[in-house]
Design a protein around this ligand. Structure first.
Ligand code: SF4
Ligand code: SF4
Length: 371
């Protein structure tokens, strides 16, 4: 086969993508990809090309998401939907401890974390950056998260360069996209008749054997380079990463926080769809017979009052203080804590906010005042 070493660019005819799905399944991977479900492009198990959302485009605006079908029939014409990689590595609900009654006593055990082999097709650049952020949070300290680590180990990533941006995307300003610059085993760029496949890792290259890959002509490579550039040129929203930290931290008493609090429902949608938000809480659930108690870790949000509960009450008792906590952590104190922004500019929190609150607009309002 033509050299499939990391860095190589190969041509994969469109139907051969089925071969890649089959190969990954033969290697024992559950293959996950984009598909239409519940009126959105979501991520779920796929076995065939026919399940990909061919020709489906998403229209996204603050508080609005709609699908439409276009003629071109590209498999990856959509942008990011409500799902990211987060639930596959940090599931919304996991069991950390089970306690069972055994005769007159109790036995406790922590279940072994599952170690799924999972290949995700169609991952976008912003989500690869979000994955790197979550890696730092869950694996980057002395307290490694065993559940996350076990799931991360078996992850195989087939990324796609975005060919269009949603109106809510601002990855260009966050320097996280739309071109994929690394972090995946294979990187696809979709053209009308096939894909340019850049090999990201040796494991990625080895999956291509026998799939009919050909050499890429300079013309095809030049055409592929234009694809993410086209998407980048469509973005109108932006955040200035160089100034946002000080803008927010120097304006903690700005009247804009009262303004946004009047609109915010404290519903937590923005934190649920965010690919980097990582808060969780622990619940004890006892069955009706009293024979078994399960300790579960479930996603939690800084928009819930209980999240900041201490012995003397909630630290963030108002919507204003909760929104301010979220935005300042995401765009400012995350940098102090982890050395990078907690936002990758995917725009999900804007699209899936039921009242269309847009963090780029909130920051811009404070920037204006500061100037
Ligand atoms: S804060 Fe919003 S735009 Fe930034 S990563 Fe989270 S969901 Fe995406
Ligand atoms: S900003 Fe929007 S999505 Fe987030 S809690 Fe407020 S209303 Fe809900």
């Amino acid at each position: 086969m033509i050299g499939s070493v990391p860095g190589a660019n190969l041509w994969l005819p469109k139907p051969a993508l089925q071969g890649l799905i089959d190969r990954l399944r033969e290697l024992g991977y559950e293959v996950v990809g984009p598909r239409v479900a519940d009126g959105a492009v979501t991520l779920g198990e796929i076995t065939s090309l026919a399940e990909l959302p061919a020709g489906v485009q998403d229209e996204q605006e603050p508080g609005r998401y709609r699908l439409k079908v276009i003629e071109s029939g590209g498999y990856f014409d959509h942008v990011v939907g409500p799902h990211s990689l987060k639930p596959f590595l940090f599931p919304p609900r996991t069991t950390v401890l089970q306690v069972l009654r055994v005769r007159d006593s109790w036995e406790a055990h922590s279940p072994e974390p599952p170690r799924p082999k999972r290949a995700v097709i169609g991952v976008r650049s912003c989500d690869l950056h979000a994955l790197a952020i979550q890696d730092r949070v869950f694996l980057g300290s002395t307290h490694r998260d065993p559940e996350y680590a076990a799931r991360r180990e078996g992850l195989f990533l087939v990324a796609v360069n975005c060919g269009r941006s949603a109106a809510t995307c601002f990855c260009v300003s966050m320097d996280t996209g739309p071109a994929v610059t690394g972090g995946a085993d294979l990187i696809l760029t979709e053209l009308p008749d096939g894909f340019v496949v850049r090999v990201g890792t040796e494991a990625g290259g080895s999956t291509l054997a026998g799939l009919g890959c050909q050499e890429c002509s300079p013309t095809v490579l030049a055409e592929a380079e234009l694809v993410p550039k086209r998407a980048a040129a469509q973005q109108t929203r932006r955040i200035n990463p160089a100034t946002v930290h000080d803008t927010l931290m120097n304006n903690l008493q700005h009247p804009r926080w009262d303004d946004v609090a009047k609109r915010c429902l404290s519903c937590a949608n923005c934190t649920m769809v965010c690919p980097t938000c990582f808060c969780s809480t622990v619940n004890e659930v006892t069955d009706l017979t009293g024979e078994q108690t399960t300790r579960e870790r479930v996603w939690e949000s800084c928009f819930n009052e209980e999240h900041s509960w201490t012995g003397s009450g909630a630290v963030h008792p108002t919507t204003k203080s909760r929104y301010r906590q979220w935005l300042t952590h995401k765009l400012a104190t995350w940098i102090d804590q982890f050395g990078s922004s907690g936002c990758v500019g995917c725009g999900r929190c804007i699209t899936w906010c039921p009242v269309g609150i847009d963090l780029t607009e909130e920051v811009a309002a404070m920037e204006g005042e500061r100037k």
